[in-house]
Design a protein around this ligand. Structure first.
Ligand SMILES: O=c1ccn([C@@H]2O[C@H](COP(=O)(O)O)[C@@H](O)[C@H]2O)c(=O)[nH]1
Length: 305
């Protein structure tokens, strides 16, 4: 069945069940961390131009996709690293998104977009749905501009079987400055969670979840448990596992009794596994893909509760 035949929430449930994995592999290519096997070609061709780096990013990400396809439910390209290279990077981003989808991986585009409603419509069109060069299956969005700014994204979710993940409680240490602030009886993140719940609950798929999901950091396990209960029908994207300090115990509360309801992102500790001390000894420079494979297997194992 093609992914577009079912809702995003149902496709994600199917992908988690088929792969027996709640791991989301973050595609965050960084020049300084690419494996030497990839940058060597770049250096010997005398390049260093944005075009050459973009080609390296495409090669790196597509090789990762080859390793993880069938092992994980989804990937999350971080657009910042592609945008950093300018137009060539933006073309590479489109290639990576298309390649991941062709391998039946669901794509969460991490762009954290939003604006006033009429502009939000353009963002939704750009990042959600296969017709756009950057069209993924879902998009991270900011709630800062309020409900009317989220509505265009929800409309596109309905029209194209796409999904969104609204920033509710982010993984960074400074997120609480606004998110933990009280507005009347509740915090800002609790207000955003109520909005997510309301937008989502009339749109549930067969799996019991809807297209309007939430981002909640692994670095805040207590709030994750609270927010799981506050948004019982929303998929939760949990970043902050691995390099930011979150571990298996911290994300446990994100899941329902069937092991659904959340996917856990890990970018650096998977895609640059060749640099981790425990893998450095096991894998040679040219075996960076094997290190990625080992890191994914390890994370999948850790998250089989
Ligand atoms: O609250 C958030 C929202 C998004 N992110 C993004 O996830 C990855 C995390 O990368 P790691 O290497 O696994 O730390 C990255 O793309 C962030 O921009 C987040 O970390 N926290």
């Amino acid at each position: 069945m093609s992914l577009a035949d079912s809702t995003f929430a149902d496709s994600l449930a199917q992908a988690v069940q088929a792969t027996r994995s709640v791991t989301c592999v973050g595609l965050d290519p960084r020049k300084a961390s690419l494996p030497p096997a990839i940058t060597k070609d770049l250096v010997t061709s005398g390049a260093g131009s944005a075009d050459a780096w973009a080609a390296a990013y495409t090669q790196f990400c597509t090789e990762i996709i080859d390793v993880v396809a069938g092992k994980v439910a989804c990937v999350k390209p971080q657009v910042a690293f592609f945008e950093q290279l300018g137009p060539a990077g933006c073309i590479a981003l489109g290639e990576v998104i298309r390649y991941a989808r062709s391998k039946e991986l669901l794509v969460i585009v991490d762009a954290k977009r939003n604006d006033i409603g009429s502009t939000a419509e353009a963002y939704a069109d750009a990042y959600m749905g296969a017709a756009s060069p950057w069209g993924g299956d879902s998009l991270t969005v900011s709630p800062y501009l309020g409900e009317d700014s989220l509505e265009p994204f929800v409309k596109v979710c309905d029209e194209r079987n796409a999904g969104i993940f609204v920033l509710v409680k982010t993984s960074n240490p400074g997120g609480g400055f606004l998110q933990d602030r009280k507005t009347g009886d509740e915090t800002v993140y609790q207000s955003v969670a109520s909005l997510v719940r309301r937008l989502n609950e009339t749109r549930l798929g067969k799996c019991g979840y809807g297209p309007v999901g939430a981002v909640v950091g692994a670095t805040y396990p207590d709030q994750l448990a609270e927010l799981r209960a506050a948004m019982p029908t929303s998929w939760i994207l949990i970043p902050g596992f691995g390099a930011q300090g979150g571990g298996a115990d911290d994300v446990k509360a994100g899941f329902d009794d069937s092991g659904l309801g959340a996917v856990v992102n890990n970018s650096r500790n998977i895609i640059f596994a060749h640099q981790r001390p425990e893998f450095k000894d096991r894998f040679q420079d040219g075996q960076w893909q094997d290190a990625v494979c080992a890191a994914v297997d390890e994370m999948n194992q850790q998250l089989r509760f």
